[in-house]
Design a protein around this ligand. Structure first.
Ligand code: ADP
Ligand code: MG
Length: 680
């Protein structure tokens, strides 16, 4: 069912101290109008939208009234997109990212999606997110700094997609918020003037929501139900102000031109879509990366809301008018959203189904958090592998393409050489026959543009309209920056469609040109010889070029086969690493048991050691006691020895005194005997 894009305007709080001197914007319900200072509205400058939010309105209210439905529909399988459009500093980033106290649409959407899917018990969900920036018409991956200048591809299965963009599978809102923070860090990385960059770049946060009914009866995950796939884009656009304001030359001008290009093409797309069926035949989605990526969101299969942010200050009144005019155009667009149900391998849920079932079986009986963790890990590993393969295929494709181009160039050169050779031999013939006077005009024409018409029709000038058949976008000529001035910008706000098709572009291809005299040849004999000389020199040059090209071609063939080899090796490595992860798991198990044993042994050794040390202490104590006893004994012996000595001395002196007494006695006895003898 066709439905209109939902458009709202949000006026940010004023940051100027000055009170208005001439006009001010008045908000009444869903209408915003420019009024003269003392009341009367200015005619033609009153606009009505689905919602008009004044400066006191919170992000929470904006989300509830404008975006919530789109987010809920995305969970149910409808594509959804929410844009923030407006001049720099009007509040786009505030609306999308919010502040600490009042989170923006992105945070609210992420939380809401996870809350909602938790309440749906009969479906299994798989959610992946990516975050990209379009800066200077180049797509950079904000989740992986190394992924720069990514190409847009289109396939029957996947539709339009950014090839090589990192996607992360996520289980809860916190994971997404963390990823977004890291994305912001990547964006700031190496940036000296972040404000200048953010006002010139578009960021797209994307969630892909896949879901499939669970056969609750049998708990069987392999039921082949259709899978719903919806893409949700949350887009913070570059500042929509006039280039004249962003000013200055050098890099800034170049950036300005690209900004202008992206937003101009967005403006063109919106203007054409809003013009109704009559002009809808060709919508120039392919003219910019932004419109190409968001093609389904604009006039296609998506529910879309646009929030146009404006600044209330008087100095910005012209920009605000421009934004409101843009918003009015957008309001006329109708989309036709439907639930996307698919049965093919385009759904990641389907592609990963077998491996996940396998893992579930293996981990049967594990705790549910463990199971969830393992599944998330496996899913992300598989997705990374797919992305890696996609990148390699891209490189290979690129290689094949340049190879073909080179071959074509060699063929062109060969044709040229042949043509030149035949011209030279014709010339030789005609000069030997001296038939220059006959039909000089035809001959001269041949020299003017020899055979280029047949060989490479597109080599010089291509009409822009041819480019609409090219895959990505049409390169704009340098002169385009001159037409993209503020007049055009304002005309576009009023619905004017810049006529890109009327422009001629000249691809930067260097073609060897003939000297100027070739163009208006004088058919005299001398000149003719000169021509011949020139042609021969040209021929030599071309032959040299051909040899060089052939050499390069051979080199490329070698590189090509090396790349193929590398791809094979990578695939083998992947297989090997899968195997080795299995065996390392086993080794890990073995090591763990060994470790356990060793731990036990160590514990018993520790026990023994502590007992031994107790014994040692005991023995040491004993030894000390014995030593003490021994010392006492020694001392006692010494004392005894001293005593013995003293005794011996005393004994000897006693002996001596006894001996002397004995002597005395003996002599007394002798004396007595003698006396007795005398008496008797
Ligand atoms: P843009 O992304 O459009 O360049 P910003 O979102 O960075 O603009 O807003 C510019 C400034 O105005 C910031 O400091 C922001 O915090 C503030 N601002 C914008 N809108 C609001 C709002 N509705 N309420 C409070 N502050 C706001
Ligand atoms: Mg911003």
């Amino acid at each position: 069912m066709a439905e209109k894009i939902c458009v709202a305007v949000r006026v940010r709080p004023s940051i100027s101290e000055e009170s208005p001197s001439g006009t001010f914007w008045k908000i009444e319900d869903n209408r915003i109008s420019l009024h003269k200072l003392h009341g009367t509205p200015i005619s033609g400058l009153s606009y009505a939208f689905d919602h008009v939010f004044d400066e006191s309105c919170s992000n929470s209210k904006v989300y509830e009234l404008l975006t919530k439905d789109v987010i809920h529909a995305a969970v149910d399988g409808f594509n959804g997109t929410a844009f923030a459009y407006g001049q720099t500093s009007s509040g786009k980033t505030y609306t999308m990212n919010g502040s600490l106290n009042d989170p923006g649409i992105i945070h609210r959407a992420v939380n809401d999606v996870f809350q909602k899917i938790q309440m749906i018990s009969d479906r299994e969900f798989l959610i992946r997110v990516s975050y990209m920036e379009i800066y200077n018409e180049e797509i950079n991956d904000l989740f992986a700094v190394e992924n720069q200048k990514l190409p847009i591809h289109e396939s029957l299965e996947r539709g339009i997609f950014v090839a090589g963009l990192r996607e992360e599978i996520v289980n809860n809102a916190e994971q997404v918020i963390k990823l977004l923070e890291s994305g912001e860090v990547n964006r700031h990385f190496g940036e000296t003037n972040m404000n200048a960059r953010s006002s010139r770049s578009h960021t797209i946060f994307r969630m892909v929501i896949e879901s499939k009914g669970i056969d609750t009866g049998s708990g069987d995950y392999s039921s082949s139900d259709a899978i719903r796939v919806s893409i949700l884009n949350l887009v913070d656009l570059a500042g929509s102000e006039r280039i004249a304001k962003t000013g200055a030359g050098g890099v800034r001008l170049k950036e300005g031109k690209y900004i202008n290009k992206s937003l101009m093409v967005l403006g063109n797309v919106i203007n054409k879509l809003s013009n109704g069926a009559k002009q809808r035949a060709h919508i120039p989605y392919r003219d910019s990366k932004l419109t190409r990526i968001l093609q389904t969101a604009l006039g296609g299969n998506a529910k879309t809301s646009i929030i146009c942010t404006v600044a209330p200050e008087e100095v910005h009144v012209e920009e605000t008018k421009g934004t409101l005019q843009f918003a009015s155009r957008a309001k006329r667009i109708t989309n036709c959203a439907q639930v996307n149900e698919i049965l093919t391998d385009a759904a990641l849920l389907k592609r990963q189904q077998l491996e996940i079932e396998d893992l579930r079986r293996k981990l049967q009986g594990s705790r549910s958090e463990v199971l969830e963790q393992e599944i998330l890990k496996l899913r992300n590993d598989m997705l990374k592998y797919e992305l890696e393969r996609e990148k390699l295929e891209m490189e290979l494709e690129e290689e094949r393409r340049s190879h073909k181009e080179r071959e074509q160039r060699i063929r062109d050169q060969q044709l040229k050489i042949e043509n030149l050779s035949s011209l030279v031999s014709d010339g030789d013939r005609s000069s030997s026959q001296d038939s220059m006077k006959e039909s000089p005009k035809d001959e001269c024409n041949d020299f003017k543009t020899p055979c280029f018409k047949e060989t490479s029709n597109n080599a010089f000038v291509a009409k822009r309209s041819n480019y609409s058949e090219l895959p990505d976008f049409s390169p704009l000529p340098d002169s385009f920056s001159n037409v993209a001035d503020e007049d055009t910008w304002f005309k576009m706000n009023k619905g004017y469609i810049a006529d890109l098709d009327s422009l001629q572009t000249t691809p930067a291809r260097k073609v060897q040109s003939f000297p100027p005299q070739d163009i208006t040849p004088d058919c005299s004999n001398d000149n003719y010889k000169l021509e011949l000389q020139n042609l021969k020199t040209q021929l030599e040059l071309v032959i040299k070029e051909k040899v060089e090209l052939q050499r390069k071609h051979e080199e490329e063939v070698q590189i090509n086969s090396r790349l193929m080899g590398e791809i094979c090796e990578l695939k083998q490595e992947l297989d090997l690493s899968n195997n080795s992860s299995e065996s390392s798991k086993q080794r890990y198990g073995n090591l763990e048991t060994e470790f356990q044993k060793l731990k036990e042994e160590r514990d018993s050794l520790l026990q023994t050691v502590s007992e031994s040390s107790k014994n040692i202490t005991f023995l040491t104590d004993q030894k000390e006691n014995i030593l003490k006893d021994l010392n006492c004994e020694v001392q006692r012996r010494k004392d005894l020895e001293v005593e013995i000595k003293q005794f011996s001395v005393a004994f000897a002196s006693r002996q001596r005194s006894l001996a002397s007494i004995h002597g005395e006695f003996k002599s007394k006895i002798e004396k007595l005997r003698a006396e007795n003898l005398v008496r008797y």
